[in-house]
Design a protein around this ligand. Sequence first.
Ligand code: NAD
Ligand code: DAU
Length: 364
Amino acid sequence: MKTYLVTGGAGFIGSNFIHYMFRKYGDDVEIINVDKLTYAGNLENLAEVEGRKNYHFVKADICDEEAIRQVFHDYEVDRVIHFAAESHVDRSIKEPLVFVRTNVLGTANMMNCAKEAWETGDGFKDGKKFCHVSTDEVYGSLPEDPDAYFYETTPYSPHSPYSASKASSDLLVKAYHDTYGFPMNITNCSNNYGPYQFPEKLIPLMINNALEGRKLPVYGDGRNVRDWLYVEDHCRGIDLVSEKGRDGETYNIGGHNEKQNIEIVKTIIEVLREDLPEDDPRRAHISEDLIEHVTDRKGHDRRYAIAPDKIHSELGWQPQTMFREGIRKTIGWYMNHLEWMKHITSGNYQNYYRNMYGDRKVLD
Ligand code: NAD
Ligand code: DAU
């Protein structure tokens, strides 16, 4: 039985990962979730597991050396699955230093504490591993050429403060491996979608706005391309890498599912119209008339596309949820969790929305 220290487990992918692990391993796994509970951390995401004997929550900042050292002292940790990060590109454009602190210094602190706990006189204890969860954004932006992809060997070329901070954290993790022989893997994944995603990100924001009859703010021409992966497929990939990934290796995770943003928004409108009951009053206002092209994101990367060849050939991973099925499940989940949405969109979210969208010009 392994003990996992999951950081950022109250966020979107972290909470999906914890659910995935309990579904897969049941009582044969112990999970310690370390989360600071920033605006993005939500314990409601984990209400179903909080009573389990093999689940423990520790509220702590990953930058806090004493608190993290204490976790390694209290538990014999086999795996660190490091999700905790500031994750939203738009926020990083407004407040870059918050991203440098958590994503760079926080990751360094996590590794330092793991290294201290796992180090023996002449190496590291057997079976330990640090899995750093990262993003395809570290590779920069691809041209519209459909044959161009991000490989593990693609040079890093991040453009936003978010992706630059994630790139820095990746390089630190690699440096710990090369310098100390620190046991680790890095995963670089494309855009995730699914349940429990904070509605600052494209898909939950559009679903929520559409259900409320609000405008759907598409940045620029809406033709930027992202490579969308259902979150459970990402979680399965991380578990596989953590079990079978070769020490020191990076694995790209993505499902060959490239879509322009405008296509995603139109699909959301279409599925909502198909799936809302005939007599639901919200149906009347959900149409493409809600779409509004607004001022573009600064430094907006044009296209991301992952080549998942390595994780497929070495570990047999491939996505199991196709987009149409995944988006329908996702929309269904948000329609059935209106209370969850209401809790996180009251209060500070309203200020966030005004601050982020209030000044954006509507384009012709
Ligand atoms: P999220 O913003 O939904 O969740 C982040 C979590 O980290 C929250 O629970 C938050 O409270 C916690 N956290 C933030 N700062 C912390 C700190 N200083 N100390 C402790 N906890 C802190 O993020 P997400 O979308 O779930 O992303 C998780 C990870 O996956 C990130 O590292 C992100 O870079 C990476 N990633 C995300 C995507 C995506 O599409 N969302 C794709 C690839 C990689
Ligand atoms: O590629 C992986 C990355 O995907 C992760 O590392 C990040 O943590 C995650 O946030 C995501 O980054 P993006 O910037 O691609 O995701 P976001 O949902 O913010 O935006 C997706 C696209 O939609 C992007 O081209 C910007 C556009 N967009 C976004 C919002 C929020 C809009 O047009 N309108 C919007 O209101």
